[in-house]
Design a protein around this ligand. Structure first.
Ligand code: HDE
Length: 720
């Protein structure tokens, strides 16, 4: 259905072009699904309304009449505008795009969308935070959802993953407890969108299997700079099955083309106030600019016969397969190139389900995955209010739908004829089942034997080795941030016994980690602790470079936001730097003490994008201060501008100043109490020359691409 060599627009999703599955829907009904606002204002029945300002009254000052069917219809609809938010992952942002495989994957899987590099499979992706409600902030410390719906010719395939490769628990039966523990405490609904409270850490401290996941959540992975700069993981082990029925295990990975980059905690906290939509806005604006976010799809393949070769269980979702043991093969690319037309209709109503698979992809026995297979259908029923949620445009497959399911709330499809059962002869036997050889789905015939038991396999018992592997693999600055995160989170816990249990748990991961956190909390590591396990087990790598963001790619400044601090009479020559950055696809924003236009040294107008009081350096990736005596003097006297530079330095951002622009850096350093009156160290680039030389621009660009300079002196002393 998707034409080759043509970017699919997934037009059926807008309802403008009905999909083949809509063949039996009348044209009129199809037109209702997507519409531009018409010229005439009407009721939901198409009645033209002459007055939308006044309700029907008995006399100009009299009571409103019950007869006012226009008022009642409007208010009734408004009263019911809200649907229940998702019980988890309530806050999200979505986008349309497409996926293309690089080479046929038929050796491993018969999945049709993984065969032809010329085919673009339409997708809809939804990113989310897990804990906060719909109105919470984007930058809360949390796991991010990364859910992809592939509209393939063989039906929808939903890869409903997260930005972390493991999970808190091994068995779905614990999920409601986990979620109850992390959500706001039930007696007073506090705190919102935060794990930093007693009930969460109480649960975690009693749940040793969460040790690995907790390390990820306390790392900066939990505060991504952008959705387009985070990885995605299918988490569970799935199965690929090829044409001849041979199966292998597979783990799915999304690798962002822009590299994996995060915020630092101080930025995340400030952004929650300055721009709570920071990640959502970033995605929306990047797509609008045509800087389409991209990820490569990677797979780790484990042959069936190697299932037991590892010292962890492939079915245990608290474990990853280190990339040093099984490399990730890159097999295709996801591109997001269209923002939704309507948040509610698309991003809110999209319904993902890990059980939506296509022939060639199947489940493993991971007990967490198995529980999810029930949960998602069930939750959509109460969230979307009807078993017909698959008929909502964003959820409709492009593959034809034909079965004998009928009726129910809000049914859209009008199926003709009198046959709604199978087998039948009156309908020519249609719709009829098809065998596997004809490309239909059958479950992988995995042999099963065993007793019916409520037990967990002993192979799930090691909870600390991979937590320690993660810790060992982090760079020094990542370790510092993890320690600070634990100190913050546990510092908010009021019950000593909970903190003590957490210290014991950390001690089993790494003694030094436990010691550093204990020091931050003003406590001692409990003597009862059974001691560190931070020693690689046989066959386990010492480190896995893929686990550290320090090793990510740093070769692009595409989409990086550069704050250019300006005031009247800014030096025109300096502004050539902006052109050079734009040529590398960075986004330039002029920030001045006030909005409106300012004049440069050649008396030309520059439109100011933001006034200093409305933004903060936390909203940008780098700062450029052009020269121009009057401009720089005005900025030096502006406390917002001084704080802007001081914070950017504190957060390790690239800062460049041309000519006398460097005075603002000195002013910021003095205000930070730096005796030398200088900010120095990597990523601070100044040039005294009046002209712009190539090396100045080049150094600035490579400092921005580094994302953050973590090795600056004096950082701890600076209050920002
Ligand atoms: Fe989910 N999860 N989950 N989850 N999950 C939901 O489904 C659930 C888990 C994930 O953007 C809910 O439609 C159980 C792991 C994402 O719409 C619900 C268990 C992973 C999204 C649900 C898990 C995820 C959800 C809530 C333990 C990563 C958002 C609303 C067995 C692999 C999808 C909804 C979107 C959403 C249940 C664990 C990812 C209640 C029972 C592990 C990305 O059905």
């Amino acid at each position: 259905m998707t034409p080759k060599d043509e970017t699919p627009t997934a037009a059926h999703l807008t309802g403008l072009q009905p999909s083949p599955a809509d063949a039996n829907r009348s044209d009129q009904a199809a037109a209702v699904l997507a519409q531009e606002p018409g010229e005439a204002l009407t009721t939901n029945q198409g009645l033209c309304i002459s007055d939308n300002q006044n309700s029907l009254r008995g006399g100009a000052r009299g009571p409103t009449l019950l007869e006012d069917h226009i008022l009642r219809e409007k208010i009734m609809h408004f009263d019911h505008e809200r649907i229940p938010e998702r019980v988890v992952h309530a806050r999200g942002a979505g986008a349309h795009g497409y996926f293309q495989v690089y080479k046929p994957m038929n050796h491993y899987t018969k999945a049709g969308f993984l065969q032809d590099p010329d085919v673009k499979t339409p997708v809809f992706v939804r990113f989310s935070t897990v804990v906060g409600s719909r109105g919470s902030a984007d930058t809360a410390r949390d796991v991010r959802g990364f859910a992809v719906k592939f509209y393939t010719q063989e039906g929808n395939f939903d890869l409903v993953g997260n930005n972390m490769p493991v999970f808190f628990i091994q068995d779905a039966i614990k999920f409601p407890d986990l979620v109850h523990a992390i959500k706001p405490e039930p007696h007073h609904e506090i705190p919102q969108a935060s794990a930093a409270h007693d009930t969460f850490w109480d649960f975690i401290s009693l749940m040793p299997e969460s040790a690995h996941m907790i390390m990820w959540v306390m790392s900066d992975r939990a505060i991504p700079r952008s959705f387009s700069m985070m990885e995605g993981f299918g988490v569970h082990t799935f199965r690929f099955i090829n044409e001849s029925g041979k199966s292998c295990f597979v783990k799915f990975h999304w690798k962002p083309v822009l590299g994996v980059h995060s915020l630092v905690w101080d930025e995340a906290v400030k952004l929650a106030g300055k721009d709570p939509d920071f990640n959502r806005r970033d995605l929306w604006e990047a797509i609008n600019r045509g800087q389409y976010p991209e990820w490569e799809l990677g797979v780790q393949i484990v042959p069936e016969e190697d299932e037991h070769k590892f010292n962890f269980d492939l079915l245990d979702a608290t474990k990853l397969i280190p990339e040093t043991l099984v490399p990730v093969q890159i097999i295709g690319k996801l591109t997001l190139n269209r923002n939704p037309d309507n948040f509610f209709a698309e991003t809110e109503q999209v319904a993902f389900h890990p059980g939506h698979v296509v022939p060639g992809i199947d489940f493993s026995n991971d007990p967490l995955l198995q529980g999810r297979l029930f949960s998602y259908l069930d939750t959509q029923l109460s969230r979307l209010g009807s078993p017909n949620f698959h008929e909502i445009p964003i959820n409709r497959p492009i593959a034809a739908v034909s079965n004998n399911q009928r009726d129910g709330h809000m049914r859209q499809t009008i199926v003709k004829g009198r046959v709604s059962y199978e087998p039948n002869s009156l309908g020519g036997g249609c719709p009829m089942q098809r065998p596997w050889e004809q490309g239909r789905f059958t479950s992988y015939p995995q042999p099963m034997d065993g007793e019916k038991l409520r037990v967990r396999s002993d192979s799930f018992n090691d909870h600390f080795s991979q937590a320690a592997l993660f810790w060992r693999s982090q760079s020094a600055w990542e370790k510092d941030h993890i320690v600070s995160a634990f100190c913050f989170e546990l510092g908010k816990v009021e019950v000593d016994a909970v903190r003590e249990r957490m210290l014991s748990m950390l001690d089993q991961i790494d003694t030094l980690l436990a010691f550093r956190v204990a020091e931050g909390l003003g406590m001692a590591v409990p003597k009862t602790s059974s001691g560190a396990r931070n020693v690689p087990r046989t066959g386990e790598p010492e480190m896995d470079p893929a686990l550290s963001m320090a090793n990510t790619r740093k070769d692009s400044i595409l989409g990086r936001k550069i704050a250019v601090l300006v005031a009247d009479h800014v030096d025109k020559a300096s502004l050539a730097v902006c052109k050079a950055l734009e040529a590398e696809d960075a986004v330039i924003k002029f920030i001045a003490p006030r909005l409106g236009d300012i004049k440069n040294s050649a008396e030309e107008f520059i439109k100011v994008n933001h006034s200093l009081p409305t933004v903060g350096s936390v909203m940008f990736d780098a700062v450029f201060i052009p020269g121009g005596q009057q401009s720089v003097e005005a900025l030096c006297e502006d406390a917002h501008a001084v704080l802007f530079v001081k914070e950017a330095y504190k957060h390790g951002k690239a800062i460049a100043a041309h000519h006398n622009g460097a005075k603002l850096i000195a002013q910021a350093a003095r205000s930070a109490g730096i005796e030398s009156g200088e900010f120095h160290g990597p990523g601070v680039i100044t040039s005294l020359s009046e002209t712009i030389d190539d090396s100045f621009v080049k150094n600035f660009i490579s400092a921005i691409a580094m994302h953050r300079c973590t090795e600056r002196p004096d950082l701890d002393a600076i209050v920002a």
